[in-house]
Design a protein around this ligand. Structure first.
Ligand SMILES: Nc1nc2c(c(=O)[nH]1)N[C@@H](CN(C=O)c1ccc(C(=O)N[C@@H](CCC(=O)O)C(=O)O)cc1)CN2
Length: 289
C-alpha cells in the first residue's frame, strides 16, 4: 500500500475531545446541549446510525432524546413532533433520520425544522446561506470531509476536486464547500459519459454513488487523495465503500477506509453543530435545563 490512510475514527475522536471540553464549560454555566433524533420505521441501518448518534452525544456530555415513530405514522403526526421539539428550549439540535417512508414528503419534513436547530444542515435556509458563504449549519458529511482534508493538511486551493454523486446531502454541498476553498470543482453522476476521463483528472476525488467498487484503479490519477463516502454491503455482508480499496490504495497518495473513514466524521460534525446551537442559545439567554 502506497497511500496514507486517512482515519476518520482518530480525527473524529480528536474533534470529539475538543467538543467534550466545550460542553463541560457550557454545563458549568448551567446549559446542557440537547440533541433530539426522530426515527421513523424499522430500517436496520438507520437504527444503527441513530444508536451511534445517541451514544456519541451522551459520551460528549450532551442530553439525547430519541423519538421513535412507527412506519405508519402520518405526515401530520411527524410534523407535530417536530413542532414540539422546535418549541422545547432544552433541545438545541433536531434531526429526522433519513430515508423516510414513501408516504412522507421529505422536503416538507426538513422545512418544518427550525433552521436554528437544523443540525443536519438540510433546511433550504441553511443550504442557501452555505451557498452564498454565510455562516450556517453545514451538512455533516461534507463538513466532516472538509475537516478530514484540513486536518491532514491536504491542499484544496487551486486543486481539481472531482465529485462523483450529486445528492442534496453529500455531493451538491460538497462541491460548494470545496469551491469556497478555491478548488476547481467538477461534478460527475450516473449519466456522466466516460467517467474515467473526468475522475483521472482529480487531485481530490470524492465518491458518493452508493455502489460497491464503483471506482477502480482505472479511474484514479497517481497521487490523488481519495475520499470514499459509500456505505454498502458486499456479497458476504461485509461493509464496504464505493471505491475498490485494494486497487486504489496502490495509486492514491491518501485514502479513507470504510468503515472508519467518512462515517465517524458525519457523527462528529453533528455533535459540533449541536454544540454550536447550544452555545448560541446560551449566549442569548435561551438555554434552559
Ligand atoms: N438525517 C440524516 N440522515 C442520514 C444521514 C445524515 O447525515 N442525516 N446520513 C446517512 C447515514 N448516517 C447518518 O445518519 C451515517 C452513516 C454511517 C455512519 C458511520 O459511522 N458508519 C461507520 C460504520 C457503521 C456500521 O458499522 O454500520 C463507519 O463508516 O465507520 C454514520 C452516519 C443517511 N441518513
Amino acid at each position: 500500500m502506497n497511500a496514507k490512510l486517512i482515519s476518520g475514527t482518530s480525527i473524529g475522536n480528536e474533534i470529539r475531545e475538543e467538543i467534550k471540553e466545550r460542553v463541560l464549560k457550557l454545563k458549568e454555566g448551567g446549559c446542557v446541549p440537547g440533541l433530539a433524533v426522530i426515527l421513523v420505521g424499522d430500517n436496520q441501518a438507520s437504527h444503527t446510525y441513530v444508536r451511534n448518534k445517541e451514544k456519541s452525544s451522551v459520551a460528549a456530555g450532551m442530553k439525547s432524546e430519541l423519538v421513535r415513530l412507527p412506519v405508519s405514522v402520518s405526515e401530520d403526526e411527524l410534523l407535530e413532533q417536530i413542532n414540539k421539539l422546535n418549541l422545547d428550549q432544552t433541545i438545541h439540535g433536531i434531526l429526522v433520520q433519513l430515508p423516510l417512508p414513501n408516504h412522507i414528503d421529505e422536503n416538507l419534513v426538513i422545512q418544518a425544522i427550525d433552521p436554528d436547530k437544523d443540525v443536519d444542515g438540510f433546511h433550504p435556509i441553511n443550504v442557501g446561506k452555505m451557498i452564498i458563504g454565510q455562516r450556517s449549519y453545514l451538512s455533516c458529511t461534507p463538513y466532516g470531509i472538509i475537516k478530514l482534508l484540513e486536518r491532514t493538511n491536504t491542499p484544496i486551493s487551486g486543486q481539481h476536486a472531482v465529485i462523483v454523486g450529486r445528492s442534496n446531502i453529500v455531493g451538491k454541498p460538497m462541491g460548494q464547500l470545496l469551491l469556497q476553498r478555491d478548488a476547481t470543482v467538477t461534478y460527475c453522476h450516473s449519466k456522466t459519459k466516460d467517467l474515467a476521463s473526468f475522475t483521472k483528472q482529480a487531485d481530490i476525488l470524492i465518491v458518493a454513488m452508493g455502489q460497491t467498487k464503483f471506482i477502480g484503479a482505472e479511474h484514479v490519477k497517481e497521487g490523488a487523495v481519495v475520499i470514499d463516502v459509500g456505505m454498502n454491503r458486499d456479497e458476504n455482508g461485509k461493509l464496504c465503500g464505493d471505491v475498490d480499496f485494494d486497487e486504489v490504495k496502490n495509486i492514491a497518495s491518501a485514502i479513507t477506509p470504510v468503515p472508519g473513514g467518512v462515517g465517524p466524521m458525519t457523527i462528529t460534525m453533528l455533535l459540533k453543530n449541536t454544540l454550536h446551537s447550544a452555545e448560541t442559545a446560551f449566549k442569548s439567554g435561551n438555554c434552559c435545563e
